[in-house]
Design a protein around this ligand. Structure first.
Ligand SMILES: [Zn+2]
Length: 316
């Protein structure tokens, strides 16, 4: 009888929750809108309580830990959301109240790092040496590995590829600068550029992708974004010479429509830059919740509770 974990991926618009076994098979799942502010912790506790309460007793008894993938800046050791603009949180305790409410130990991690870990350990990058995993959604963030270890940097914030300036005269970025990669090539930027060009609201970047090949405006917006992304990714290639670049997040759902033009752009670089294979994420938009499950499984194993039924509350 293996261990079972509860995993949350807290996004800007929805919270994805799954109960998974140690082979990452989904037992049950639910998605709710993300509340803003400290209410998010109560929402997680309520959602987790409902999911656990609906489990058969024999499965409930095997749940040994909770994994929480959280946006913004997190302090995993203290269990605190240091800052999240999207959720409206600053210095908010998250793991302790959730652990108290659910009676389980809670492991906290950064959402994009969790998603990248899922891809590296069990997904598209599983067999690759030192990949760079780039998650493209609201922002653009890169998680890099060197000699098998994740690069976190002196500040712990290594990977802010989204704020690399790639177009000096490009659109304003939410960080205050101009022409950042995420201001040109994030899912939001693609949607905004297309909406501005066609003069109406659009249904996100997916509407642009759906119009490729039939709408010259969509083609033009997409070309600008994929060229900028190719230029931005070359920075990672030049510094790290990764075994592969794996693209994840919402925009990567476009598959070869994304990777083909980005790769063409990257290959315009001279021979000193060895452009690696460009892949798309295996877990798609589930990568964050799978990464949260891995956090929980690691915590359960470290506490020695993995696989031992009835040990659920022991490590709280
Ligand atoms: Zn920026």
């Amino acid at each position: 009888m293996g261990t079972v974990v509860l995993a949350f991926d807290v996004g800007g618009t929805t919270v994805k929750a799954e109960v998974l076994d140690e082979d990452l098979r989904v037992v049950t799942a639910s998605t709710v809108p993300t509340p803003r502010g400290p209410a998010v912790v109560d929402e997680l506790a309520g959602l987790g309580g409902r999911l656990l309460g609906d489990l058969p007793d024999d499965v409930r008894g095997r749940v040994s830990a909770v994994g929480l993938a959280f946006p913004g800046i997190v302090d995993a050791v203290r269990g605190v959301s240091v800052y999240s603009a999207n959720l409206g949180l600053r210095d908010t305790e998250v793991t302790a109240p959730l652990a108290r409410a659910l009676g389980l130990p809670v492991a906290l991690g950064h959402d994009v790092v969790a998603a990248a870990e899922a891809e590296r350990r069990c997904g598209a990058a599983a067999d690759l040496v030192d990949p760079v995993v780039v998650v493209i959604g609201t922002g653009v963030f890169a998680v890099s590995y060197v000699d098998g270890r994740r690069v976190s940097g002196v500040s712990g914030q290594a990977g802010e590829l989204g704020h690399l300036p790639v177009r000096p005269d490009g659109p304003a970025c939410r960080c205050g600068a101009r022409g950042c990669l995420e201001a040109v090539a994030s899912a939001g930027a693609v949607a905004r550029a297309y909406a501005a060009a066609v003069g109406r609201e659009v249904d996100g970047a997916r509407e642009v992708v759906a119009a490729l090949g039939t709408d010259p405006v969509a083609d033009r917006v997409w070309a600008a974004a994929t060229e900028a992304l190719g230029d931005g990714l070359l920075a990672a290639v030049a510094l790290l010479a990764p075994g592969a670049v794996v693209l994840g997040g919402g925009l990567a759902q476009a598959g070869p429509l994304l990777t083909d033009p980005v790769l063409r752009r990257m290959r315009l670089a001279g021979p000193p830059l060895a452009v690696p294979p460009l892949l798309t994420a295996a877990f798609g938009t589930r990568a964050g919740v799978v990464g949260a499950a891995l956090l929980a499984l690691d915590a359960a194993r470290a506490a020695g509770t993995a696989g031992s039924a009835g040990a659920a509350g022991a490590a709280r």
